[in-house]
Design a protein around this ligand. Structure first.
Ligand SMILES: [Ca+2]
Length: 134
C-alpha cells in the first residue's frame, strides 16, 4: 500500500520524494507527520499477516526520528508493533520490519507518529509504502 493513499489522516502531509533520498523502489509521494499525526487504512484483514515492512525516510536536519506505531481501531488502540526510526545523520529511505504476534480479523489500521521529544515542529519521519507479509 502506498502510504499517501491512506483512507483518512490528521496532520499528515504528502509530498514528492526528495531527490537525495530517492533510492531503489521509491514510489509516488511520501507522507510525513509530526508527533501525534496519524493516518488510517480502513478494513484491513490481518488474518495470516505475520509482519509489516515499511519504507521509511529520514532527512538529516529535518526529521526528528521517533516511532511509528501500528494500532488497531484507533489512535489509542491496541499496539500491534512499532517501527523505531533513528535520529538521522543522513538522508535516506530504508525498509523497516515489524513482526506481529497472532493478529487476525478485519480492522482499521492506524499508523501513529510519535517523537522522542514532543513539541518540535518537525516531522518524525516520512513513509513511502507499507507491505503486509504472510
Ligand atoms: Ca509512496
Amino acid at each position: 500500500m502506498q502510504a499517501e493513499d491512506y483512507d483518512e489522516g490528521e496532520e499528515v502531509m504528502a509530498f514528492p520524494i526528495p531527490e537525495e533520498a530517492s533510492g531503489e523502489g521509491a514510489t509516488g509521494d511520501v507522507l510525513a507527520g509530526n508527533d501525534g499525526a496519524y493516518f488510517v487504512f480502513r478494513d484491513i484483514d490481518l488474518t495470516g499477516i505475520r509482519s509489516f515492512t515499511a519504507q521509511i525516510g529520514t532527512m538529516a536536519g529535518v526529521t526528528t526520528g521517533g516511532r511509528l506505531g501500528l494500532r488497531v481501531g484507533g489512535v489509542d488502540g491496541e499496539l500491534l508493533g512499532t517501527f523505531e526510526v533513528p535520529i538521522p545523520n543522513e538522508t535516506s529511505l530504508q525498509t523497516y520490519e515489524v513482526r506481529l504476534e497472532a493478529a487476525s480479523g478485519m480492522t482499521d489500521l492506524y499508523f501513529v507518529f510519535a517523537a522522542d521529544e514532543p513539541g518540535r515542529p518537525f516531522p518524525v519521519c516520512f513513509i513511502d509504502w507499507i507491505l503486509a507479509e504472510q
